[in-house]
Design a protein. Structure first.
Lengths: 135, 409
């Protein structure tokens, strides 16, 4: 079991499968929000479903729409279980607060290099910890 | 004084809002802001003079519109001037876009809710050119990343990226958490970039902004850019900043001798950008030369951009649809000066109060069979790939020619 401490946390604790990539995240730029998959062809997770997954990505990108979109995605249940970033912008923090999505951000290490793709992980927002439970 | 429920320092007014003494809507707004402020370690709030809300109905969805309506029903009202980013349609031109009635219905509901909340429906992402540019040091709560980066960098104002719920909350409470670019420490340059190219056209300026955005790489990076040999115009900086924000999530750049806050100290150059990098970014989108539609948007066009477009349209006849999108403030002048007539005489359309990528772009593509889209907006090519388009980046002149011939050369 490995643990990583984040500087920022919001939302409630969750456990789930990690979808990991050294790439960015924007709800508008990167997702087909109806189908629930990454849709931007150049994204490293293109074609993969994000629904119910814990996304472990490098940074939040792009536009302000993500704040509304997380809320809208949550209303339909087509939403990631949690978001984890090396670096976050305010939009995703605001969106997580508004959409009630768990999020951790800001690590001493490159979190995308330390969490195996497909691993089962715990996001403990109270202690600001990401815990790798198994592969 | 600390409120018992918050790590943030609240003044008397903020404590009253937090306690619900100014109504449930102000309480909800402040609670949201406290959650965000605590996430970023904000010590307190900073008053804002104006707010700018991004809230097209594609982003809002049914859930977001219902939330706005609930705020309106509870008697919510904004406390400071609060304006809107582009909407999801131009009602007069919705048929051209192939938009469905349910989209227009959702838009109408959103507009009614905003108006009930006291929001002014300016529907523009170029408010710094058309409504009121903020001044140096002025704290604002702006949505639309292009608006924020222009306000911070060119005007010297202070704003974070404020997503729709947060910008509306700022309008309702008249304040925003003091973190990020409201703090002096975050406004110092973190990367120093020397450019050796001479951007001419707006797509060149956008591509340069995109290259720098990718190099900077995240919201907290502040690029200082040296080497520009001319003083850019407002439209050039509009495309430069909008692309930098889009490609890199950047909210502030500095141009020594040009922008008001350029850091005067010595910084080692961390990156060099030549014309090759700028051309390479543009070439990366050249996957085809066939064009289904030409779109000028993102950001909305200024009066001068429409003037230039009108001159290019004179004597032409388009074989492919050409859309030019501007703000409701600019459109009447474009009509008065004949620019709209000249563009539409060639077969183009001038739309107002929307932005193409914020208007159900995926559904428009399906309804109209538009896939290969030519534009001079670097921001838009960065966005539209995710919507299933094959976007092409070229100059306004090349795009107009493509509307005539169906091919981008």
């Amino acid at each position: 079991m490995r643990e990583f401490i984040a500087r920022h946390a919001i939302g409630n604790p969750v456990i789930g499968e990690a979808l990991v990539a050294d790439d960015g995240f924007s709800a508008r730029y990167d997702l087909d929000r109806i189908a629930g998959v990454f849709s931007r062809p150049a994204h490293k997770l293109a074609g993969q479903s994000y629904v119910g997954k814990i996304l472990v990505l490098h940074t939040a990108k792009g536009g302000v729409a993500s704040a509304w979109m997380l809320h809208e995605m949550a209303s339909r249940g087509v939403i990631p279980l949690a978001l984890v970033f090396n670096s976050v912008n305010p939009i995703l923090a605001q969106g997580a607060a508004f959409g009630d999505v768990a999020m951790l951000a800001g690590f001493e290490v490159d979190i995308t290099a330390r969490v195996p793709h497909g691993a089962r992980v715990e996001i403990d927002t109270h202690s600001k910890k990401l815990i790798v439970l198994d592969r | 004084m600390h409120n018992g429920c918050s790590a943030m320092k609240l003044n008397d007014l903020e404590r009253a809002m937090h306690a619900g003494e100014l109504g449930r809507v102000a309480q909800l707004a402040l609670e949201h802001q406290v959650r965000v402020g605590e996430f970023f370690g904000a010590a307190d709030f900073v008053p804002v003079t104006q707010a700018h809300v991004m809230a097209d109905s594609e982003s809002l969805g049914e859930a977001g519109v219902a939330w706005l309506e609930s705020l309106a029903r509870q008697g919510g009202r904004v406390r400071v001037p609060t304006i809107t980013d582009p909407r999801g349609t131009d009602f007069a031109k919705a048929g051209i876009l192939g938009q469905a009635n349910w989209m227009l219905s959702l838009e109408r509901r959103a507009i009614a809710a905003f108006e009930a909340l006291g929001v002014s429906m300016t529907d523009t992402c170029i408010n710094y050119q058309t409504i009121q540019a903020p001044t140096r040091g002025e704290s604002v709560a702006f949505g639309d990343t292009g608006v924020v980066i222009y306000a911070n960098s060119v005007c010297g104002a202070r704003s974070n990226f404020e997503g729709g719920p947060s910008a509306l909350s700022a309008g309702i409470t008249g304040r925003t958490p003091r973190y990020g670019f409201h703090l002096e420490d975050h406004r110092r340059p973190t990367v120093s970039i020397r450019v050796s190219c001479k951007p001419q056209t707006l797509n060149d300026w956008g591509a340069l902004g995109g290259v720098i955005g990718r190099l900077a790489g995240n919201y907290w990076a502040v690029p200082r850019v040296e080497g520009l040999e001319t003083v850019p115009t407002s439209d050039q900086l509009k495309h430069f900043g909008a692309a930098m924000a889009s490609f890199g999530s950047v909210a502030l750049f500095q141009l020594p001798g040009i922008t008001p806050e350029a850091y005067a100290g010595r910084l080692s150059i961390t990156h060099e950008v030549s014309e090759a990098e700028v051309k390479a970014l543009q070439a990366s989108y050249a996957q085809t030369d066939e064009v289904d539609v030409v779109v000028f948007s993102a950001p909305q066009l200024s009066l001068y951009e429409l003037r230039a477009l009108a001159e290019l349209c004179d004597g032409r006849r388009f074989a492919k649809p050409l859309l030019a999108v501007t703000s409701p403030q600019v459109k009447p002048d474009a009509d008065r000066f004949g620019y709209t007539r000249r563009i539409e005489a060639a077969g183009g359309q001038v739309l107002s109060g929307m932005c193409f990528y914020q208007s159900y772009a995926r559904e428009i593509a399906e309804a109209r069979g538009w896939k290969r889209l030519a534009t001079n907006s670097a921001k838009m090519v960065n966005i539209l790939g995710g919507y299933g388009y094959v976007p092409l980046l070229a100059s306004m002149e090349q795009c107009v020619e493509a509307a005539v011939t169906g091919k981008l050369r």
